[in-house]
Write a protein that binds this ligand. Structure first.
Ligand SMILES: [Fe+2]
Ligand SMILES: [Fe+2]
Length: 297
């Protein structure tokens, strides 16, 4: 974290996120939307493999960045991502402990995937994947917060708060991986390749994970469950893909995309103290964010 007295100030805030995940935290954390819950669980499973890869890639690029301001941002970006994957690791362990043993083979596959990308890919390609994933995360962050009541209303507050905190910070650090890519690589076609490569890869592994969980629940071959899954997948794609495509413009710059009001309010309410992050009241997600929390974790 950039501290007072540093020559270069980062605009990012590295927050402590001491969520507590009890052993019986429900895998069906959104009882009205089990399939959606498992889609999120599947994405969560990827984070302790994906985000360390992003951190290692950006750290390795630091030596090629001359701008001290961007260096400061990149260091805080790594610190935020480090908080994210550690919290997801704790949550994912709880899911696996509840009998979702099939997730272990998906994790092993992701470990091999990212080890291969670190050892075999050029720095240019690694940075394109990193910037590409961050573009998808920005698009997902807009969707999750715009539709927070539909997606998280009535859900377990700890899981909802984990996901929404994570994506507040994904939007907060929307410029960093893009700026690092532009400073070190800057090639437009490779940026677009990175966006589609990262998006497809993360969605595929998330799919592997939620399929495993739905199989364990006995829902994978249930036609009603399959319809609900398709409907949520369609909603995800119809909201997120158009946003991602707008980011494919040659002159795209993430700082030109206005942040959702709820995220700006979250950052204003909780962004600049050291009290942790709020536990949201999922029965009251329409309220102003400062009035919609149960407690600080
Ligand atoms: Fe993250
Ligand atoms: Fe990120």
């Amino acid at each position: 974290m950039t501290t007072q007295g540093d020559r270069s100030q980062s605009s990012l805030t590295v927050r402590r996120a001491p969520f507590e995940f009890p052993a019986d935290i429900p895998a069906h954390w959104n009882p009205g939307k089990i399939e959606w819950g498992h889609m999120v669980n599947g994405a969560s499973l990827a984070m302790p493999y994906l985000e360390p890869y992003l951190i290692k890639t950006v750290r390795a690029a630091l030596a090629q960045i001359d701008d001290p301001q961007l260096q400061a941002e990149a260091r805080d970006y790594c610190a935020q991502e480090g908080q994210h994957y550690r919290q997801h690791r704790l949550f994912n362990d709880r899911l696996i402990e509840q009998g979702y043993d099939g997730l272990r083979s998906v994790e092993a596959r992701m470990e091999r995937d990212y080890a291969g990308r670190l050892s075999d890919w050029s720095m240019e390609k690694r940075l394109a994947y990193t910037a590409g994933f961050e573009t998808m995360a920005l698009s997902v962050g807009h969707w999750l917060t715009d539709e927070r009541k539909r997606l998280f209303g009535g859900a377990d507050p700890v899981v909802a708060s984990l996901i929404l905190w994570h994506f507040v910070e994904e939007v907060e650090h929307k410029n960093t991986a893009f700026d690092v890519y532009q400073a070190v690589v800057g090639k437009y076609p490779l940026r677009i390749y990175g966006l589609f490569c990262a998006s497809f890869h993360v969605m595929l592994r998330s799919h592997n994970a939620y399929k495993s969980m739905l199989k364990k629940d006995g829902l994978w071959n249930n036609p009603w469950s399959r319809i609900r899954l398709w409907r949520m997948t369609s909603r995800f794609l119809s909201r997120v893909v158009p946003h991602m495509l707008r980011c494919c413009a040659p002159r795209h710059n993430p700082r030109d995309i206005e942040d959702p009001e709820w995220i700006r309010d979250w950052i204003t309410a909780y962004g600049h103290d050291d009290a942790g992050v709020p536990l949201l009241d999922t029965a009251n997600l329409d309220a102003h964010v400062s009035a919609a929390y149960l407690a600080f974790n």
